[in-house]
Design a protein around this ligand. Sequence first.
Ligand code: APR
Length: 236
Amino acid sequence: MISALRESSHTTVLTGSGISAESGVPTFREAQTGLWARFDPKELATPEAFDRDPALVWDWYAWRRKLVAEARPNPGHLAIAEMQRLVPNVTLVTQNVDGLHQLAGSREVIELHGNIRRTKCAAEDTRVDVFEDGESPPICPSCGAPLRPDVVWFGEMLPLGALEAASMAARGADLLLSVGTSNLVYPAAGLPIEALDNGATVVEINPSETPLTPHADYALRGQAGDVLPRLIGELS
Ligand code: APR
């Protein structure tokens, strides 16, 4: 596996919420805690839920934003940033909305599901950085519509540019690492298969089995924060 990484002319890394678990950011399918325990995330992360009760959805994201703001990149994030320095042509695609890859020093991160640290107007779909906080949700300064987190909700389209770039990176890769994702949510879960169909070596890093496991060339069972630094250690 190390030789595949050393000899790779184009490596694509796909990450999911599992890589942020060791930073204290709950994975998407982990039970919610506290006052949100009675809600299923899939019920809150939809445009319908926002239409029904915008304050509830905004407050949930405010809670998640606070968790993310307190979180620091862990050795898994740092190892991927190091890999981008050591190995030529590494493309990083993430399903995570926490921005921890960028904080770890990774550059050109393709964010498939947006970023919870950003806000946009729910009507104009434009990014809004300056707004009066206090209301839940706050109001768009230009059109008066509610603001919402700049993330992709269930049933919504992914940002086209990001999806195309991710698909190209998967098809063009000769090595794809799938790290900390349950490989259940499409179109992201289709990327390792696109890579396989184009002859790439696929490596899964996850403490548990996923639907990708039977197709992967290597399935490394463990925490991303343990496995990735070891891989980098063997590289350098
Ligand atoms: N290191 C590596 N993998 C881990 C770790 C860890 N420390 N801890 C948990 N995992 C694995 C779990 O075994 C699981 O397979 O991470 C995966 C997390 O799965 P999900 O919670 O389903 O998250 P993800 O795959 O990112 O979900 C995809 O679905 O809900 C939407 O938009 C949301 O981006 C998310 C997408």
